[in-house]
Ligand binder design. Sequence first.
Ligand code: URA
Length: 239
Amino acid sequence: MRLDKYLADMGIGTRSELKKGIRKGNVTVDGSIIKDPGFQVTDTMSVLYCGKPVQYETYSYYMLNKPAGVISATEDQTQKTVIDLITENKRSDLFPVGRLDKDTEGLLLITNDGPLAHKLLSPKHHVNKAYYARINGIVSNQDIKAFQDGLKVDESLTAMPADLTVLHADPDTHTCEVEITIQEGKFHQIKRMFQAIGMEVSYLKRIKFGNLILDPALSPGEYRRLTDNEINTLHTHNI
Ligand code: URA
């Protein structure tokens, strides 16, 4: 791979910035200054940019605790996106795996691994997604059963069976907190499911995606790279 592409892929700068930097002598490969942006780098070579090692990775993986108010897109003219929240040197081909609504918080996987994303999002793989939600209304045992049986949401959606657990119910405010696990990811799915039983979701946060659990140390807007273990479990998920 060309040296300028190697560095650009790893988010060090744009190709044109890097061409200049390389020509200035900012880059060493295996200890020698290389001034040719087209120099071919191989896996075993050690690349330093301004003295700092740059290790190539084919795929990068981040766990973001999405805050409310940002959109699940890669770029937008006017609104802040989840990719804008990744502030370290980042590769240019990152995207969010699936979408959370603008007002939804919680776990969003961000990667450039297209094949994995495809697998995790494919309806035939039934990847569990768990959410914590606050509901205006009190969920009854009948509602839980209806969710379990596969709720008819509207003419265009009959939801697959969903696990619904009431964590806390407050009769005074007529609200409750629930955990709900679904296997689909239809547009506004959870809000529409509660709407179908006459209730409104006032707060929604994703806490699990497949085998991945939202790191409680991440405040809304914070992110971290996945551990090797988390990456492996995502790949070996029984999907
Ligand atoms: N269901 C919704 O209604 N919204 C989300 O963001 C995710 C699931």
